[in-house]
Design a protein around this ligand. Structure first.
Ligand code: G1P
Length: 289
């Protein structure tokens, strides 16, 4: 079984839901407490043993490249003042551990992934949708990787949502399940509520075999007139093992205002220097006491 060494981070999206905050900075750079969203996804990838991060970017996304680079002026100035530099150095990605490719037109998630085909080459790879903020110990991708190391094939993470929300997501038709690993019998992108095969949604983490690139190559359009990753994956079912891992942890949809604010509160409550004070002030805000 080939090791998963590379991960794709599609980060070309415009982030219109967070305007005007995202007018001049990429939505992936919005902070959860003190770290940008994209940093959490990269850390989750590292924890799972991934070595090379491939960012599919677009115009106006330069801040992401700067974030993972050496911050020369900051490091020099802070170094001269004897300050701890680990907060800066730990977020670097060395050349060879990162690559950037541009998606020139917004043709869909499947198209974004396909833009990275030459950098991925002929080996299995992971995908992270950074808007889906997954908090777990171990992290979501590590949980998936442990399953991959056992059974190989294609693995996606899924979780249950209330049935009325399924139309916003990719949805699986589940087969046999042992509680954690569920066989995927079919996949459908953004189904009508009445047509959804379950309420188990694809939650933004994937381990896929490179064959998916050859299907994406055909550039077939699906839901919303976009080239959908879900449709390409659906075509692999039957030819290759395809399983889902139910994520054991907390998930925040940071593509929505509510999810983003909830993520900030949840992470702040977990931080030793913030938790107690925030609990106090939240209680006061909610109860007036
Ligand atoms: C994408 C995927 C969808 C998945 C979702 C998770 O949709 O196409 O299958 O369930 O991410 O957030 P998007 O949110 O880009 O419309």
């Amino acid at each position: 079984m080939q090791k998963v060494r590379k991960a794709i981070f599609p980060v070309a999206g415009l982030g219109t839901r967070f305007l005007p905050a995202t007018k001049a900075i990429p939505k992936e750079m919005l902070p959860i407490v003190d770290r940008p969203l994209i940093q959490y996804a990269v850390d989750e990838a590292r924890e799972a043993g991934i070595e090379q991060m491939i960012f599919v970017t677009g115009r106006g996304k330069g801040a992401i490249e700067d974030h993972f680079d050496i911050a020369f002026e900051l490091e020099k100035t802070m170094g001269e003042r004897g300050r701890d530099l680990s907060v800066l150095t730990s977020t670097r990605l060395a050349p060879g551990n990162c690559a950037y490719v541009r998606q020139q037109e917004p043709l869909g998630l499947g198209h974004a992934i396909w833009c990275a085909r030459d950098i991925v080459g002929d080996e299995p790879f992971a995908i992270f949708l950074p808007d889906e903020f997954m908090v777990g110990a171990p992290g979501c991708m590590k949980q998936m990787m442990d399953v991959y190391d056992r059974i190989g094939g294609n693995i996606i993470s899924v979780l249950e949502v209330p049935h009325e929300q399924v139309s916003s997501y990719g949805v699986i038709a589940p087969g046999a399940s042992d509680g954690t690993v569920t066989q995927v019998r079919a996949l459908v992108e953004k189904p009508k509520i009445a047509d959804a095969p379950s309420n188990l949604i694809v939650s933004g983490r994937y381990i896929l075999q490179p064959d998916v690139m050859r299907i994406l190559e055909r550039q077939e359009k699906g839901a919303g007139g976009e080239i959908q990753l879900t449709d390409a994956m659906a075509q692999m079912i039957g030819n290759q093992p395809f399983n889902a891992v139910t994520f054991d942890g907390r998930r925040f949809d940071c593509g929505s205002h509510l999810g983003y604010v909830e993520a900030n509160v949840a992470i702040a409550l977990d931080r030793p220097h913030l938790g107690d004070a925030l609990t106090k002030s939240l209680r006061q805000m909610l109860t007036g006491r």
